[in-house]
Design a binder for this molecule. Structure first.
Ligand code: PLP
Length: 334
């Protein structure tokens, strides 16, 4: 059975949160109300000073509940907080808050066998009112949860992507490698326009030279050629935890892992291509249009997902759902 949830938010029981004031974090607290009273002059609303994370909890074949690599998200979150000069959330506190949020909302965790899971959304905002563009004094860290099925409503369906050359997602030395709200506002309009033309995603190139593949608006890019797993190495893409896991799994499957600059013309040589990330896991891409250059790259078959992508998908979700061994201890079992 496959769950057909969307990315819509569906309220669960409890949100876990903590406040930061006078240089210290409060204890973790619970609220059942997902409406909070906030001063409308807080800097997060006006200047986009916000960081967030996305990870998932899974109900396993053995009945156990697993959270996938929460310590990796905790590290990335602390790095994002530091980038925005927000109060840093200690990694232990981050992981404790995720664990508490899943436990409090356990009744909303979809059953095993549905391919559905619970999305965990930690985030931090400024709470003190201010007009000046100065570092905030007060913050709120919160963790919300919501049940989530497969993003596209279909486990692995081929999609089309559009290369964009007229806009950049991230400057070469900009904020692209941080998971901060501000990065997600600018691709909105383009995403909507591309969606109307049947493209599931936009593929960004490096802003400086427009020669190399970077990533999609909300997922990393990888490709398969022969026995190689190829993924861009760039300081302005988000270091995806899914991609990091797939690189390890690919290496363990005997594939050669290449993390390097990937010229856009190399698309013509790939056997498989895909987007990867927590929400989507792996979304195969069988056509990438680089309209400005007059190139349309067909990758693999539009009717059949490439076998290496399928194998990687099953290996990763197998670990997450407790169907396969977890040799690196990625899952935190509650
Ligand atoms: N790249 C961007 C820009 C993202 O927003 C995301 C996920 O949210 C990813 C990549 C994938 O990262 P992860 O695998 O850690 O979810």
């Amino acid at each position: 059975m496959e769950a057909k949830c969307t990315m819509d938010y569906s309220k669960t029981n409890t949100i876990v949160y903590a406040d930061y004031a006078d240089g210290a974090w409060s204890e973790l607290k619970n609220t059942k109300d997902d409406h909070m009273s906030l001063n409308l002059m807080n800097a997060s609303l006006h200047y986009g000073i916000e960081a967030f994370e996305g990870l998932k909890a899974y109900r396993g074949k053995d009945g156990k509940v697993r959270i996938f690599r929460p310590w990796d998200n905790a590290k990335r979150f602390r790095r994002s907080c530091a980038y925005l000069a927000m109060a840093e959330v200690p990694e232990q506190m981050f992981v404790d808050a995720c664990e508490k949020a899943v436990t409090e909302n356990i009744d909303f965790l979809p059953p095993y066998g549905t391919m559905a899971s619970m999305y965990i959304r930690p985030f931090i905002i400024c709470t003190n009112p201010q007009i000046g563009l100065v570092v905030g004094r007060e913050f709120m860290f919160a963790v919300a949860t919501t049940p989530m099925g497969s993003y596209t409503g279909s486990m692995m369906k081929q999609t089309k992507a559009l290369v964009i050359r007229k806009y950049d997602r991230a400057a070469p030395l900009g904020s692209g490698s941080y998971k901060i709200g501000a990065n997600y506002a600018s691709p909105m309009r383009l995403g909507m326009l591309a969606g109307k033309e049947g493209y599931a995603s936009i593929l960004y190139l490096d802003a400086k030279t427009k020669r190399y593949i970077e990533e999609f608006s909300s997922s990393n890019f990888f490709a398969i050629r022969g026995d190689s797993y190829i993924t861009p190495d760039s300081p302005s893409v988000l270091p995806s935890i899914t991609n990091r896991s797939l690189r390890q799994i690919a290496a363990d499957m005997g594939m050669k892992v290449e993390m390097r600059t990937v010229p856009v013309e190399e698309l013509a040589t790939f056997d498989e291509a895909a987007a990867c990330g927590t929400a989507l896991v792996i979304t195969p891409v069988c056509e990438i249009d680089d309209r400005d250059m007059g190139n349309k790259y067909g990758i693999g078959s539009p009717d059949k997902v490439g076998e290496k992508s399928v194998a990687l998908y099953h290996a990763l979700t197998g670990i997450q759902f407790g169907e396969r061994e977890d040799p690196y201890g990625w899952c935190m079992i509650l």
